[in-house]
Ligand binder design. Structure first.
Ligand SMILES: NC(=O)c1ccc[n+]([C@@H]2O[C@H](COP(=O)([O-])OP(=O)(O)OC[C@H]3O[C@@H](n4cnc5c(N)ncnc54)[C@H](O)[C@@H]3O)[C@@H](O)[C@H]2O)c1
Length: 257
């Protein structure tokens, strides 16, 4: 699929990996719908990208808000071609803490609700909109979904039960979604990032970040958000890539702590 003149919905597009993706796609001639809870940053991001960007404040877990955002993008740009799910939150709670208290269940549910159910909610509504597209090529392609998991889906650390479960769920739904959507000409892939330099990660104390950089084999640093964005570009442009989860992580294999 070509990026030029395509329209991509990006959740979490006001910050970090999603924001870098919005920039990379507009630089390449694409149009973007930025969906985020953060009104101020979302508006500023869209404004900086000019006419090729539209911001709609919406919660990924809310069916009506996401449907309305998709309708606005289709109205403004004519069609929706790509959905990139970047909205997500972290969490840090042990299953039983030092004082003997069990992991708060509402905290576990919140992470699953936003990271996993939010990604599926947006993906399914975006796919329904893409299904209405006329095919863009001889293969019959109509669209693409890119989810964002994490290396924590495979080697979650202490305190990451909720986060790893949410990201493992995203990995798990990637192939069945690709299979469900194959007859419609819609691909589905997932990126599992290692440790990237974004507000989410930069907000962590040095004692959390430094060991993670040490566990990253090469290059020995945090990933740049533009490197994530370039992987999205590759997934859009390479039509044979489907149903797969790609680690993008400098060969990190996270240790328990
Ligand atoms: N930064 C990393 O090292 C790293 C590593 C692995 C995976 N990830 C994943 O990548 C994704 C992006 O992370 P980031 O580092 O760019 O984070 P970030 O905090 O910079 O950006 C996330 C954005 O999502 C938005 N958001 C949160 N909840 C939302 C909701 N319910 N509805 C709509 N928007 C919502 C936030 O307002 C924010 O703008 C997340 O899913 C995260 O789990 C990040």
């Amino acid at each position: 699929m070509q990026i030029k003149n395509s329209t991509t919905l990006i959740t979490g597009g006001a910050s970090g990996l999603g924001h870098a993706t919005a920039q990379a796609l507009v630089e390449r001639g694409g149009r973007v719908l930025i969906i985020d809870l953060n009104q101020e940053q979302g508006q500023a991001a869209a404004q900086a990208l000019g006419d090729a960007a539209l911001f709609v404040q919406a919660d990924v877990t809310d069916e009506a808000q996401i449907q309305s955002a998709i309708d606005q993008a289709v109205e403004q740009f004519g069609r929706l071609d790509v959905c990139v799910n970047c909205a997500g939150i972290g969490s840090a709670n042990k299953t039983v803490d030092r004082e003997g208290a069990p992991h708060p269940l509402d905290g576990f549910e919140k992470v699953i609700q936003i990271n996993l159910i939010g990604s599926f909610n947006v993906g399914r509504l975006a796919a329904a909109a893409m299904a209405k597209n006329a095919p863009i090529d001889a293969d019959g392609q109509r669209g693409l979904i890119v989810n964002t998991a994490s290396v924590a889906a495979f080697d979650g650390q202490l305190g990451q039960a909720a986060y790893s479960a949410s990201k493992g769920g995203i990995v798990g739904m990637t192939l069945p979604m690709a299979r469900d959507l194959a007859s419609l000409g819609i691909r589905c892939n997932t990126i599992a990032p290692g440790i990237f330099s974004t507000p989410l990660m930069n907000g962590m104390p040095d004692k959390v970040k430094e060991p993670l950089v040490a566990m990253t084999q090469f290059p020995k640093r945090l990933g740049h958000p533009e490197e994530y964005a370039r992987m999205v570009v590759t997934l859009i442009e390479n039509d044979f890539m489907n149903g797969e989860t790609l680690r993008l992580d400098g060969a990190i294999r996270m240790q328990p702590r």
